[in-house]
Design a protein around this ligand. Structure first.
Ligand code: 13P
Ligand code: SF4
Length: 363
């Protein structure tokens, strides 16, 4: 989405002046304001968050504060949309920088998903399939899923969502992240070779044969996260060489070879909890976004913590929430002229809400 440049005065502020102005705006707005910060945000943003969390937890946090008139979501676009869907119209959701999107979410659009659904139904027959969309997707895809009886999932509840779908249908289509879909199926004991196939939206029938599609329980969309797909088997081996006692923990958006070789894999909240609750002196090589890994290392000085990828991998779109944007967004609220309001159209909201409510019930 297009983000207009900030007024010049914000570029002229020092870091400390920006910080002071954010604190002043927050004080002025008091309980009318809720600031949410995803774990991948930089420290200078997280310091201002009333709640920090992964996408699942932040959805619940947004839902729990009916008194806050303004929810400023320091995360990416699909997260702000989800907050808007889950909160009443009396609450206004704001994304400080509209250019903060998610490259993975952009790998599936409504046109492509509708086309895939029709092609699949033609091959496997109607009523055989349920759709699951990862929360990293546009609101209209969540609505598509809600309208067809499916669910949204996050990395926290993906196994529950998959189990639920396969209790209610023969097969599922999972978009947009192939890795989360594959890793979840693998964890639940499904055969990756025989029971899964990869749907390429740019090829007829997704590049699959009708037999593959009929046989497979998992139709996995060919999308990925550019941050997590960078982690490799070599990096895991390197970490074990560096410290034979290291435990490797990764996000399930990583490739399956990496997840299988790791000691454990799970959502952002899972990674944080596991590392925080581990005994002092343990060492952890972590395969996820660098802001989170660095924060974990700083907050757990009694443990040895490092990122699996020595080249460092920030999520460049999360990084677009610079403190200057947060300052500007808060001051626009104080002035009574909120900017960057995220408003999902009512019809989309109605069906997307069904899919998000199902997600929240599958814990
Ligand atoms: P979480 O669901 O763990 O917050 O992940 C969201 C995300 O974008 C990870 O790349
Ligand atoms: Fe999207 Fe990956 Fe960034 Fe998460 S880390 S917001 S999946 S690009």
């Amino acid at each position: 989405m297009f983000q207009a440049p900030l007024p010049d005065e914000y570029a002229a502020l020092t870091e400390e002046q920006t910080r002071e102005r954010i604190l002043t705006a927050k004080r002025t707005l008091g309980g009318r304001l809720l600031v949410l910060g995803h774990h991948y945000q930089r420290d200078e943003i997280i310091e201002h968050a009333d709640y920090r969390g992964d996408s699942f937890k932040l959805c619940k946090d947004a839902n729990r504060h009916p008194d806050a008139k303004y929810i400023v979501f320091c995360g990416v676009h699909f997260m702000a949309e989800s907050a808007d869907i889950l909160t009443p119209d009396s609450q206004t959701v704001i994304l400080p920088n509209l250019a903060a999107g998610c490259s993975m979410a952009d790998m599936a659009n409504l046109f492509q998903v509708r086309s895939a659904w029709t092609q699949l139904e033609n091959v496997v027959g109607p009523g055989k399939m349920l759709p699951i969309t990862y929360i990293n997707s546009a609101a209209n895809l969540k609505a598509f899923v809600g309208e067809r009886g499916g669910t949204v999932c996050t990395s926290t509840n993906a196994p529950k969502a998959v189990e639920w779908a396969l209790q209610n249908a023969e097969k599922l289509i999972f978009f947009p992240d192939q890795h989360l879909g594959r890793n979840t199926g693998d964890k639940l004991g499904y055969d990756v070779e025989r029971e899964m196939c990869l749907w390429d939206p740019f090829k007829p029938l997704g590049g699959c044969s009708p037999d593959d599609l009929k046989r497979s329980k998992f139709i996995l969309w060919k999308g990925h996260c550019s941050v997590h797909q960078r982690f490799t088997v070599e990096q895991v081996n390197e970490a074990r060489k560096r410290d034979p006692n290291v435990q490797v923990i990764v996000h399930p958006e990583c490739p399956i070879e990496v997840v299988r070789l790791s000691d454990c894999a799970g959502s952002t909240e899972f990674i944080i909890k596991t590392v925080e609750q581990s005994p002092a002196g343990t060492s952890w090589a972590i395969g996820t976004e660098i802001n989170l890994v660095n924060r974990l290392a700083n907050e757990n000085p009694d443990k040895k913590i490092w990122c699996l990828d020595s080249m460092i991998c920030p999520c460049s779109t999360m990084y677009r929430i610079h403190p200057s944007f947060l300052c500007w967004a808060l001051e626009r609220i104080v002035e009574g002229d909120p900017a960057n309001v995220i408003q999902v159209p009512p019809k989309t909201k109605e069906f997307a809400r069904i899919a998000l409510d199902r997600m929240l019930s599958l814990i």
